[in-house]
Write a protein that binds this ligand. Structure first.
Ligand code: FMN
Length: 194
């Protein structure tokens, strides 16, 4: 099968110089032929989630987010922890996905890039819970901790330069894409058997 998986990459940080965004940006340039990466950068433009606004016509950025998710074969998140949980702006993004159906059964994973002693455990516990509510398909082998110290990020390019870290984050993306491609294989086999 010649199809290439569309992999959407979403950082949960709005910070200039964010390590999480660096991971996402690095993956966008790393995956080569293995996937077609797309970095979603519209988080700051999303309005505050309000169920009253979750009607047609949707706010433009919400419609764009849902379109991006709809066209994805898989979504990979990379978020920091704020005050023991998810950053509010990132939770807001996830809330907007709850209202739509685009993420239902969509393979998702995450890279926990925290290099803190506690490892952003609270954020990732919350992320698991929220993704459960969205109906996304959590791909366990693509939910991994890869500590990315700020020294591993090149300030000029905003990408991860450390070769070992680059390899480790690429492996997570490959695991997610591998899950997608394996699903296509099962589909092809099933179709052939009919
Ligand atoms: C307001 C605030 C709250 C934070 N709370 C936590 C926290 O609860 N747990 C944690 O491990 N790190 C916490 N941090 C540290 C960030 O998670 C850390 O700086 C991370 O690298 C930020 O990600 P970024 O580089 O992608 O922006 C906090 C940082 C800020 C600014």
């Amino acid at each position: 099968m010649n199809r290439t998986a569309n992999l959407v990459l979403i950082s949960g940080s709005l910070r200039e110089g964010s390590t999480n965004t660096a991971v996402v940006r690095t993956l966008a340039g790393l995956l080569g032929d293995r996937a077609r990466p797309l970095e979603y950068r519209g988080m700051a433009a999303l309005p505050h989630f309000n169920p009253d606004d979750d009607v047609e016509p949707l706010p433009a950025e919400v419609a764009r987010l849902r379109q991006v998710v709809a066209e994805a074969d898989a979504v990979l998140f990379c978020t920091p922890e704020y005050a023991g949980g998810l950053p509010g702006s990132f939770k807001n993004l996830l809330d907007w996905t709850v209202g739509g159906t685009e993420i239902v059964d969509k393979p998702v994973g995450w890279i926990n890039a925290s290099s803190s002693a506690t490892g952003a455990e609270g954020a990732h516990r919350a992320l698991r819970a929220v993704l459960g509510y969205t109906g996304a398909r959590l791909v366990e082998e693509a939910c991994t901790r890869v500590p990315v110290p700020r020294t591993a990020v090149d300030a000029a390019t905003g990408t991860v330069t450390d070769p070992e870290v680059r390899e480790a984050i690429a492996e997570v993306a490959y695991a997610l894409v591998g899950h997608v491609v394996a699903g296509w294989g099962a589909l092809t086999t099933g179709e052939a058997a009919e």
